[in-house]
Design a binder for this molecule. Structure first.
Ligand code: HEM
Length: 516
């Protein structure tokens, strides 16, 4: 009867048939929208600034997002809700709130947002760093922790680190006679890139088809693509057009093609039967995993290998280089600390004239200098973005599923609640303190914490320790002629990249330490 009535009514309305189901669904849709609004209105969401239509709070984020976010947090508190275009975003800027996100609710907060740039560069999330939480991430993360980042593997590359630091020291010694400032920023990038190249591919990057500056440029571009969102993410219906007009889409494609063809080339070389395998490098390990995993689901293929290699380069090269750069800049600005660190290192080096990895753990003051550098200048100030998989409560506020979370490690490291004179560079603050960066102290998070904590922590710190120790052991360091310590600038460079570097390259004049 009802059916007949509906058909009659339908004929009377004379509406083309495809609309019928929609019309019937309207009341249902209205009911769900009402229910969602009711839920949202009854939620205790974090406070935050007013939003503009369409762009939300995007206009309040400046060229150094961690600093803009810090200003916003100072006004609204340690848990703040923003709307970036159409993306609900929560800022975390206290150790207590970070503890809730990275420990108490780590399981809910440990996914990653699926942004277009990352999707393309990682062959549709076949990597570890940008892949959303799930079975694939769990399996691959376990594999890389056991195979690529184990203590044994990291130690097996000791000779690479020591040789490359030796080459750096020699190249600085070669330029001593001119007594002119040398660009240390460039040298630190070279060092870190060479170590990553040799551990990943078995060869140094000089002499590859990547010219020196070109490689730097491609790594930087990859970081930018992975660190910045496309307009399509902020504004889903028109964003794709903006991305094409601004060239963002083309930029992603260019970086993808350059890195992909390079990685493919190196993999092909590793597969040549005539290749002599002296020591197992990262590609050898990943190719072995590919063979062992053959026939299992999901398949581990060359695309996974390339995506993981990309992680090693994007997450590993700049982070270590930038830390050595900031450390040397802080030491040049604080001659008292420089002298104390040099005295310690030289005492240990004795007649050897250099520091090797056996000495490193004994160098207490040097390790405090590194901690203090990472407190003031965490290379990834907002860690890597996280996304919630379901609802949770942080500091009593409701956080909805699919919310982007930024943990502001930079702001937490400068919070006067945990750090006395937070803006000062005082390594002694770590003396006799158990505070470390291994993910247990939420006031100090340069490597993140929880399930997603940086797996390259050991590898990264070893590069920083051995480089810094030898730079301090072999040379005294002067500011360029005429420059006073007070004039040294420590500004950060505005960039869309995930890592924050100094605004100007670090140029210092080396003087050979006479007794060595
Ligand atoms: C000073 C050196 C380094 C710093 C400060 C650093 C910092 C970080 C941070 C903050 C994260 C995000 C953690 C989170 O979401 O909670 C991360 C993730 C990661 N890092 Fe590092 N990193 C460094 C060196 C390295 C190195 C040398 C490698 C590899 C060669 C590496 C590989 C990775 C990978 C693969 C991830 C993603 C982990 C995941 O999502 O499961 N990092 N790193």
């Amino acid at each position: 009867m009802l059916r007949k009535y509906l058909i009659e009514a339908w004929r009377a309305l004379n509406i083309p048939s495809p609309w019928l189901p929609l019309l019937l669904l309207m009341p249902l849709l209205g009911f769900f929208i009402k229910k969602m609004r009711f839920r949202r209105d009854n939620q205790h969401l974090p406070p935050g600034p007013n939003r503009l239509p369409i762009i939300g709070n995007l206009h309040q984020i400046g060229p150094l997002p961690h600093k803009s976010m810090w200003q916003i947090s100072k006004k609204y508190g340690p848990v703040v809700q923003l709307q970036l275009g159409c993306i609900p975003t929560v800022l975390i800027s206290s150790a207590e709130a970070a503890n809730e996100v990275l420990k108490v609710h780590d399981l809910v907060c440990c996914s990653r947002p699926q942004f277009a740039g990352c999707r393309r560069l990682t062959h549709n999330f076949k990597d570890v760093a940008f892949t959303p939480y799930g079975d694939y991430w769990k399996k691959t993360r376990k594999m890389i922790v056991l195979e690529l980042f184990s203590l044994k593997r990291v130690q097996s590359f000791r000779y690479v680190r020591e040789e490359e630091v030796g080459l750096l020291i020699n190249s600085i010694s070669d330029s001593l006679s001119s007594a002119t400032p040398i660009n240390l920023t460039e040298k630190f990038f070279d060092l870190s890139a060479n170590i990553t190249f040799r551990t990943s591919f078995g060869f140094n990057y000089h002499g590859t088809n990547f010219a020196k500056n070109k490689f730097h440029e491609v790594v930087h571009e990859a970081e930018v693509v992975e660190g910045s969102l496309s307009a399509d993410e902020y504004f889903p219906y028109i964003g794709w057009l903006i991305d094409r007009l601004t060239g963002h889409h083309g930029r992603i494609e260019r970086v993808f093609l350059e890195l992909d063809s390079f990685f493919q080339h190196v993999i092909d070389d590793h597969l040549k039967p005539e290749r002599k395998k002296e020591k197992e490098d990262m590609i050898d390990v990943l190719l072995r995993v590919e063979q062992e995993e053959a026939g299992t689901e999901p398949q581990f293929t060359k695309e996974n290998i390339k995506a993981i290699l990309l992680n090693l380069f994007v997450a590993g090269v700049d982070t270590s280089a930038v830390t050595v750069d900031w450390a040397m800049a802080e030491l040049a600005k604080n001659p008292r600390v420089m002298k104390k660190a040099q005295d310690e290192v030289r005492k240990f080096a004795g007649n050897k004239g250099k520091v090797n990895e056996d000495d490193i753990e004994e160098l207490e003051y040097l390790n405090m200098v590194i901690k203090e550098t990472l407190r003031l200048h965490p290379p990834a100030p907002l860690l890597l973005p996280r996304e919630t998989t379901s609802h949770c409560k942080i500091n009593g506020y409701d956080i909805n599923p699919k919310t982007l979370i930024h943990v502001n490690a930079w702001a937490i490291g400068r919070d006067p609640k945990y750090w006395k004179d937070p803006e000062e560079f005082i390594p002694e603050r770590f003396e006799g303190s158990s505070v470390d960066f291994k993910g247990h102290n939420f006031e100090f998070l340069p490597f993140g914490a929880g399930r997603r904590i940086c797996p390259g922590l050991r590898m990264g710190t070893m590069i920083i320790q051995i480089a810094l120790a030898n730079l301090l052991c072999c040379f005294d360091w002067n500011l360029p002629c005429g420059m006073k310590v007070e004039e040294m600038r420590m500004d950060e460079k505005a960039s869309e990249s995930l890592t924050v570097t100094r605004n100007e390259p670090l140029c210092l004049v080396p003087v050979k330490y006479p007794q060595i």
